[in-house]
Design a protein around this ligand. Sequence first.
Ligand SMILES: CC(C)(COP(=O)(O)OP(=O)(O)OC[C@H]1O[C@@H](n2cnc3c(N)ncnc32)[C@H](O)[C@@H]1OP(=O)(O)O)[C@@H](O)C(=O)NCCC(=O)NCCS
Length: 175
Amino acid sequence: MKIKKITSYLLFSKEHLISFFINVLPSHYISDRFLRAAVARFFGAKIGKGCDIKKTIRITNYHNIVIGDHTKIAEDTYLDSLGRITIGNNVTLGTHILFITGTHERGPHKHRCGPTYSQPISIEDGCWIAAGVLIGPGVTIGAGSIVSAGSVVLHSMPPDRLIAGNPARAIQVFE
Ligand SMILES: CC(C)(COP(=O)(O)OP(=O)(O)OC[C@H]1O[C@@H](n2cnc3c(N)ncnc32)[C@H](O)[C@@H]1OP(=O)(O)O)[C@@H](O)C(=O)NCCC(=O)NCCS
């Protein structure tokens, strides 16, 4: 028991080890188009064909990741996948995006951050999520929508809309 405790202090967690392997791969065509997805698949993620995944990417639970075909993920994306994260086909994710599935119940006065729970996130086919967006627990972005840079999306959004702001709202309908 003592040894287990000591190793848990000294060693990385499983997620940190996988993150190390996935991000130690250099930024070039073969890593971005094939190797990073292959490592992620090996550790339980479901990733379709023709995806482009840049470093660095941080995923907390590979078994909860489902990504379709021909989806692009730019640099410095964080997928907190305590709950399921589903990203469709032909989705483009800009740089510095946060997907946060985990949250907490509201605790009492002395400790407001209560027990943890999670809700799934879904980005439907064809969406473009611009740089610096935060997508919160339970959010679905409808197919063909664009989320403007820096938006904070805490509620689900319909398809084919321009979504912007904090809190994000659907501000335009596309033809
Ligand atoms: C999504 C985006 C491309 C839309 O650009 P666009 O089609 O030219 O649209 P506009 O900038 O004209 O915005 C349309 C309306 O939404 C509003 N809007 C856009 N972003 C907004 C925001 N974050 N908060 C509030 N309103 C916003 C604009 O004020 C405008 O309103 P108006 O028509 O009343 O003037 C642009 O907002 C954006 O996010 N660009 C950054 C792209 C990026 O991150 N690239 C990195 C590579 S993926």
